[in-house]
Design a binder for this molecule. Structure first.
Ligand SMILES: [Zn+2]
Ligand SMILES: [Zn+2]
Length: 481
């Protein structure tokens, strides 16, 4: 009883540093009412947990948060559905001795495997599948988090993605990161794909803001080099109302500067879903950025499947997938493809809405991922899930269920070499589609309503058109409903 209650509290701390005090208090009250002789001991433990929670809350106020949901869904471009916050404790260590046991418990729990890692050599194709894991508490923790879900590749934020300044990479974090890499046998140069800050817009034309963006970007590249990471994924940015050509040129020029200031890291541009002034939803825009980059060996592309689909690149059938990849090859060049973000889409084809769905449950469907998993040229690339893992917990609060990623990794691996024209595949496909049916219907309705509204607007006078254009131009953050 005692152990169970204590365990519950530490698990709560593990899963979410922003766990409300009310939950801790409830646990303490439960202990008080249900046990007798052991009350004081149990309460003591709870108090320690409470202190820790309070400390976390204090830190949270002082430092701009790392948004765990954002870590999961890559959703600067994603819509404003996920706004819960967590914190970045990049360089922080437990201050008090009494917290050490808690930290040890946290570590033990984080490394409790939810799935064993698949030996890539046992797969018919060398597909390295993982997820965007948390690096809260130090970048070294991303490795433990990746191991826990059986990931063979992973993404992570190297610092808070929502604030302009962060403490430098702690020497201890770096040392541990390298030790963990060795211990768990990850190739940092190949299968780790950090994600850049959502604040950074390399297309920024204002000199002061452009410098701020560049400094943040460069700082991340330097962290990559300190950690032995070779691929760095970022969102290209926003035109800010300027022409797309000018924006692409500015991004290229910032990349050139960043390449000169570093030695080896490859800057990997993520394709976007395309709305407002966002750069990078068309393959042509990726091409135009790359064409301005002097050292072509230092630039690449990461295809986010949800973004591509929402931008109007189909991947669902083998033919559509082949056509999209042929277009990518002819416009951008397959040699620039360095990574994947594997996400299904809650929004329909070409809707320009960025809503990540769990694999097989969205409008892309399982077949799209079967196409990807069986495409020879995609071997050895990091393939990172940014699918939602938040579930409603006991108090109606959102709780992360990392088992979802562990299962999705295994699901994707199971598609390698699988015949998609079998009852086994069709059963799984139908099962997952059924799971996402209501969510798809909901978003479809929104998209239809918006289209109807837009077509009505389109038939009205030019004055309204100008007003709408103005609104779009101020929308720096891709699409928000
Ligand atoms: Zn992204
Ligand atoms: Zn993405």
């Amino acid at each position: 009883m005692n152990d169970r209650a204590t365990g519950r509290i530490s698990t709560a701390k593990i899963s979410n540093n922003s766990i409300p005090l009310t939950m801790v208090r409830t646990a303490r009250e439960t202990l008080k009412s249900k046990s007798n002789g052991v009350v004081s001991k149990a309460t003591q433990t709870v108090s320690a947990a409470e202190i820790e929670v309070k400390k976390a809350a204090g830190r949270k106020r002082k430092t701009a948060p790392v948004d765990e949901d954002e870590e999961v869904t890559c959703n600067s471009c994603d819509e404003k559905e996920n706004q819960s916050e967590d914190e970045d404790e990049d360089v922080k260590k437990p201050a008090a001795k009494k917290l050490r046991t808690k930290a040890a418990a946290k570590k033990a729990d984080d490394s409790m495997p939810l799935a064993a890692r698949t030996a890539v050599s046992s797969l018919k194709r060398a597909m390295y599948i993982g997820a965007h894991v948390s690096g809260a508490g130090g970048v070294q923790n991303s490795i433990t988090n990746a191991v826990q879900i059986g990931a063979n590749s992973f993404a992570v934020f190297l610092k808070s993605q929502r604030k302009w300044t962060s403490p430098p990479l702690a020497p201890d974090s770096k040392t541990q990161f390298h030790a963990f890499l060795k211990q768990h046998n990850y190739d940092a140069a190949k299968h780790i794909l950090p994600h850049g800050s959502y604040l950074v817009n390399l297309a920024q034309s204002d000199p002061a803001k452009a410098k701020q963006a560049f400094d943040n970007f460069l700082d991340d590249l330097q962290r990559c080099e300190a950690l032995g990471i070779k691929l760095y994924n970022f969102h290209p940015g926003s035109t800010g109302g300027d022409t797309m050509a000018a924006a692409c040129a500015r991004i290229a020029s910032q990349l050139n500067k960043s390449h000169k200031a570093t030695s080896s890291v490859i800057t990997v541009i993520e394709n976007m879903c395309g709305s407002g002034n966002v750069v990078g939803s068309r393959f042509e825009e990726l091409r135009d950025i790359i064409s301005g980059v002097e050292d072509k060996s230092r630039v690449g592309v990461c295809i986010d499947t949800c973004h591509a689909f929402a931008a109007g690149y189909d991947l669902r059938t083998p033919d559509a997938f082949a056509a999209t990849m042929a277009e990518f090859d002819s416009v951008v060049g397959l040699k620039y493809l360095k990574a994947f973000h594997l996400n299904d889409s809650k929004a329909p084809f070409g809707s320009h809405r960025d809503l990540h769905a769990n694999i097989g449950t969205g409008f892309l469907g399982l077949r799209a991922f079967h196409n990807i998993m069986n495409h020879e040229p995609f071997q050895n690339l990091p393939m990172v899930l940014e699918t939602p893992i938040d579930e409603k917990g006991p108090n109606g609060k959102s709780v992360e269920n990392k088992q979802i990623w562990a299962d999705e990794i295994k699901l994707l691996e199971s598609l390698i070499g699988m015949d998609a024209d079998t009852p086994e595949f069709e059963k799984k496909e139908a099962e997952l589609q059924a799971k996402g049916a209501s969510e798809r219907a909901k978003i479809q309705e929104q998209v239809d309503k918006k289209a109807e509204k837009d077509s009505k607007k389109g038939s009205r006078g030019a004055a309204k058109k100008t007003a709408k254009k103005k609104k779009v131009e101020t929308d720096d953050e891709d699409d928000s409903d």
